[in-house]
Design a protein around this ligand. Structure first.
Ligand SMILES: NC(=O)c1ccc[n+]([C@@H]2O[C@H](COP(=O)([O-])OP(=O)(O)OC[C@H]3O[C@@H](n4cnc5c(N)ncnc54)[C@H](OP(=O)(O)O)[C@@H]3O)[C@@H](O)[C@H]2O)c1
Length: 245
């Protein structure tokens, strides 16, 4: 697909001009015209406004289209209720590494979405990272794990960089050491197919430095804190999906 085959919508004229200039797409302020002209409608509105905007445009959709929503926490059932007819809806949970084409995206089918709709969503998202398919009942868990996941890794990176500074290393050196160590460890985990416990044991020699650090992490209950934190994120996702604030 070429950029000129994509129509983006925005509420702002200066943004419309910018989208056309910078990305070579067509851009419009007219959501209805854009939906009526499209085979695939990708919705990336904030969850708080999505149902209102889609509700006003409901009759512009048709059952031959595929509607893909990336809004966190908005269910396919809620979107289907806002659109008349049996329009296929696919829900996506992605994450911020989408900005560097390294997203982890999970796609779930709504009631009217068929295999072809999921395949279409997967084909689009595979350009910006990895994609897997899961039942929508798992999406709050997915959100807590890979949706919020980058924040946990950034917090870990920040703490480890600070540790380097505590030990007297310059900030830029400490940052380089930690970023490359994170990238290398992730690559090794993926490419070796080995369980993380075994990879950790490879750097944990008896009476050595790593086991001294691990004793501290275990006494601080870091492992239990991750289990509690990710469970709390899932519970919060369920509250928000149920209309909580
Ligand atoms: N950040 C993440 O990691 C992440 C992960 C998964 C899912 N998501 C989901 O992605 C969605 C977008 O998040 P974001 O952080 O990118 O939000 P954002 O920057 O506020 O983007 C929202 C977009 O919606 C447009 N918009 C708002 N009202 C509109 C209207 N009536 N007609 C046409 N366009 C309209 C805005 O365009 P103008 O201002 O130009 O009108 C803006 O580009 C959210 O639903 C979020 O839950 C985010």
């Amino acid at each position: 697909m070429e950029p000129h085959q994509v129509i983006c919508t925005t509420r702002l004229e200066h943004r419309r001009e910018e989208l056309e200039r910078e990305h070579g797409v067509k851009a419009t302020l007219d959501n209805r015209a854009a939906i009526e002209a499209a085979d695939v409608v990708l919705i990336a509105l904030k969850p708080q406004v999505l149902l209102h905007v889609v509700g006003e445009l409901g009759d512009a959709f048709n059952p031959d289209q595929t509607v893909i929503s990336v809004a966190a926490g908005t269910t396919t059932a809620a979107i289907q209720d806002a659109i008349p007819g049996e329009v296929p809806v696919v829900r996506v949970m992605t994450n911020t590494p989408v900005q560097v084409d390294a997203a982890m995206s999970v796609v779930s089918a709504g009631t009217h979405a068929k295999d072809a709709d999921l395949e279409l969503a997967e084909a689009i998202l595979s350009h910006v990272g990895s994609v897997i398919r899961m039942g929508e009942e798992h999406l709050n868990a997915v959100t807590a794990l890979s949706g919020s996941g980058p924040a946990y890794f950034f917090l870990l990176a920040e703490a480890m960089i600070d540790a380097g500074i505590l030990l007297g290393l310059p900030r830029d050196v400490s940052t380089e050491l930690i970023v490359q160590t994170m990238v290398g460890s992730a690559k090794m985990l993926r490419e070796s197919g080995t369980h993380p416990v075994q990879l950790r044991e490879m750097v944990t020699s008896p009476g050595g430095t790593t086991i001294s650090a691990i004793r501290e992490l275990e006494s601080a209950r870091v492992r239990a804190a991750f289990l509690d934190a990710i469970e709390a994120a899932k519970l919060r996702g369920e509250e928000l999906a149920a209309g909580g604030r």
